[in-house]
Design a protein around this ligand. Structure first.
Ligand code: CMP
Length: 152
């Protein structure tokens, strides 16, 4: 993983990605600006693991570009893909909301760039906007349910 300096175009893409997601809508421009300052842009190689199932959760991720596979352990060392994520998708909310370990391993399938928001700043968004927090919780529940269905 390599940390990149964000260009104006990257900030534009981040703003677009955030606008596309309804959850960010309750945050006003001032609040969004406050958050965006802390967001990092990181580059990953194809095949690189962002984090593993069971790791502690320390950040939330928005996909700038590339493709990722979300994999859950089944039995022994077998893993099953439960989702594929691409530009504008986000992940990593579940461990931050529940304080449980990561529920899945996330691996880059292509060269991928991710916007990374550390857990304290994600917490700031949750605190600032109960509507954002509520939507994140609902999504985390849905994903948890989907992963459970897929494991069978
Ligand atoms: P977290 O548990 O922090 O780390 C793994 C992440 O993978 C999880 O948060 C979700 O963001 C994501 N994830 C888990 N299950 C699914 C799913 N079924 N569909 C999409 N994303 C998922």
């Amino acid at each position: 993983m390599e940390k990149l300096t964000m260009s104006d175009a990257d900030y534009g893409a981040l703003a677009r990605a955030m606008r596309k997601v309804d959850f960010f809508a309750p945050l006003n421009v001032g609040e969004l600006e406050q958050i965006v300052k802390y967001i990092m842009l990181c580059r990953y190689k194809a095949g690189e693991t962002v984090f593993r199932q069971g790791d502690p959760g320390d950040a939330f991720y928005i996909v700038h570009d590339g493709a990722l596979s979300v994999r859950v352990k089944t039995i022994l060392f077998f893993k099953k893909q439960v989702a594929r994520l691409g530009a504008g998708d986000f992940f990593g909310e579940m461990a931050l909301l529940s304080r449980d370990p990561r529920s899945a391993t996330v691996v880059c399938e292509e060269p991928t760039r991710l916007f990374v928001l550390l857990s304290a700043d994600f917490g700031f968004m949750l605190k600032k906007s109960p509507a954002f927090a509520e939507e994140m919780r609902k999504l985390a529940e849905r994903r948890k349910f989907m992963s459970r269905q897929d494991k069978r």
